[in-house]
Design a binder for this molecule. Structure first.
Ligand code: ADP
Ligand code: TMP
Length: 234
């Protein structure tokens, strides 16, 4: 595999072309941002940990029949993936109230939701990722109805699988964000699954083991990411 031109520099990852037109190289950076880039810092080693945690989850999901863009981890910070036609949506699944839901619904952080909730956000830095419903998505032609149904079904399946895996590691899955893309006429899971885009709490102490430690200036960000990696892989 030959690393080619830079395709996209994101906030947490950089994407490169390869000598195979159907494959991309994703490089995990140490940059942490919040508030659409308003808050920025470097968490040394975060990229290495997120690459490992994402590899772990993509492999676990594959074993349980969930297809993703993941091909293989090819370096400390580098992952080889299928090049997808990305759907400009963030698919969020929530089990327990946290983050933006606290303000939106006036509920206390930590309140369990009686059913898992799915939300869609328009992936647009200029607009600040506004929340969308199914009709907005269809009106903007971001995805077809059957693609949307497929993404929702897969997102809920992933929720069930991840909750089970994490429970065995004494971790509650509070919520998470997924991205999907098209490949060969199919919609498949993309991007990453890590403490950057999930909320993980210790089941007993409710200690936060995710990016909220950075967002809320709680300290111990790298230690929390490392703790998640150790619980998952040791
Ligand atoms: P952001 O774009 O929010 O700053 P990142 O820093 O994580 O996010 O950048 C990674 C970019 O790569 C994202 O825009 C994501 O949608 C895109 N991406 C993830 N997986 C794939 C893939 N398999 N094919 C093409 N693009 C992808
Ligand atoms: P929220 O409570 O801020 O809406 O976030 C819900 C989940 O989505 C949480 O696990 C963090 C994740 N997320 C991202 O990965 N990227 C984002 O841009 C946002 C807003 C949330």
């Amino acid at each position: 595999m030959i690393k080619g031109n830079l395709l996209y520099e994101g906030k947490a990852k950089t994407v490169f072309e390869t000598d195979n037109p159907n494959e991309l190289l994703v490089y995990f950076k140490d940059d942490a941002t919040a508030g659409n880039g308003a808050k920025h810092d470097i968490i040394e080693g975060k990229g290495i940990i997120n690459n490992k945690i994402s590899e772990y989850f993509f492999k676990q999901l594959k074993d349980r029949g969930i297809k993703s863009h993941f091909i293989e981890k090819i370096g400390e910070r580098e992952m080889l993936v299928k090049k997808l036609d990305m759907i400009k949506l963030e698919v969020v699944v929530r089990n327990i109230v946290a983050g933006s839901l606290v303000k939106r619904l006036g509920l206390e952080e930590g309140t369990p939701l009686t059913v898992p909730v799915v939300e869609y956000y328009y992936k647009s830095d200029e607009l600040g990722d506004p929340m969308l419903n199914r009709y907005h998505i269809m009106a903007l032609d971001l995805a077809k109805i059957d693609e949307l149904n497929q993404m929702e079904h897969v997102a809920f399946s992933i929720n069930t699988i991840l909750r089970e895996i994490l429970k065995a590691k004494n971790v509650d899955l509070i919520d998470f964000k997924l991205e999907f893309g098209r490949f060969d006429g199919e919609v498949i899971l993309a991007d990453e699954i890590s403490p950057d885009n999930c909320r993980f709490w210790d089941i007993v102490t409710h200690e936060k083991l995710d990016k909220d430690r950075f967002r809320q200036d709680l300290g111990g960000v790298k230690e929390a990411y490392k703790e998640m990696l150790d619980r998952l892989t040791m």
